[in-house]
Design a protein around this ligand. Structure first.
Ligand SMILES: O=C[C@H](O)[C@H](O)[C@H](O)COP(=O)(O)O
Length: 233
């Protein structure tokens, strides 16, 4: 299987968890895109669900698929969210936000009774951190927030590069929430909980890409077949 086939296979397994009447969170990214497409096929075949998209990109795809959408204001509690990840470990701790959607993804995951991660095997790691950690910040006071983050990181990563994410036009990348993203190249995060606590305490940090205690299960597609972690049902 190539990478796209693996993503599709993981998405198809997660789609088996979807039942009539469910309130679903729809993730963002190239893996979640397969899940949204499969849900779209099921909706056109008669499945009754309402969904909250985790980004404007996913909202556009879901609308094009004819998937009924709602918001967390109308539907504040969801049954299941299915989303991709940039990295996941055996304890279902994640790094997310490579596509810039971490804030809405985390809000939607936290509003869901279950969150199932879908990924190809390349995302499954022993220790988080090879993927740069996205940190979403308010544009106001960017430089001061950046320096505060550097100081916090310096306790464990004295020289970790912290880079302002830019779009293809060279301007700072702007999230759906109107924020910027700083990517921290940490290589290895041995204590993600401690780092998460430190980051949320910094004024100006809106959210970070460590998803801890949110995922209840994962479907990982490998050349040897599907590997399931945690609880899917
Ligand atoms: O912001 C983006 C999301 O966190 C994605 O779920 C994550 O980047 C994984 O995306 P992909 O499935 O494209 O690797």
């Amino acid at each position: 299987m190539n990478a796209e086939e693996m993503k599709r296979a993981a998405a198809a397994r997660a789609a088996e968890l979807v039942r009539d009447g469910m309130r679903l969170g729809l993730g963002t990214g190239s893996t979640a895109r397969h899940f949204v497409a499969i849900v779209g096929e099921k909706v056109r075949a008669g499945l009754k669900v309402v969904c909250v998209p985790t980004s404007e990109a996913t909202r556009l795809q879901a609308e094009a698929e004819g998937i009924p959408l709602t918001t967390l204001d109308e539907t504040p509690a969801l049954d299941l969210t299915v989303d991709g990840a940039d990295e996941l470990d055996d304890s279902l701790r994640l790094i997310k936000g490579g596509g810039g959607a971490l804030l809405r993804e985390k809000i939607v995951a936290a509003a869901s009774r279950r969150m199932v991660v879908i990924a190809d095997g390349s995302k499954h790691v022993d220790v988080l951190g090879r993927f740069p950690l996205p940190i979403e910040v308010n544009p106001f006071g960017l430089r001061a927030t950046q320096e505060a983050i550097v100081q916090v990181l310096a306790r464990r990563w004295p020289s970790a590069p912290l880079t302002l994410r830019r779009g293809t036009d060279g301007n700072p990348y702007v999230t759906d929430g109107g924020h910027f993203i700083l990517d921290a190249a940490l290589q290895r995060i041995d204590e993600p909980e401690a780092l998460a606590n430190d980051l949320v305490a910094i004024p100006g940090v809106v959210e970070h890409g460590l998803f801890l205690g949110l995922a209840s299960g994962a479907v990982i597609a490998t050349d040897g077949g599907l590997v399931e972690l945690g609880q899917l049902g």
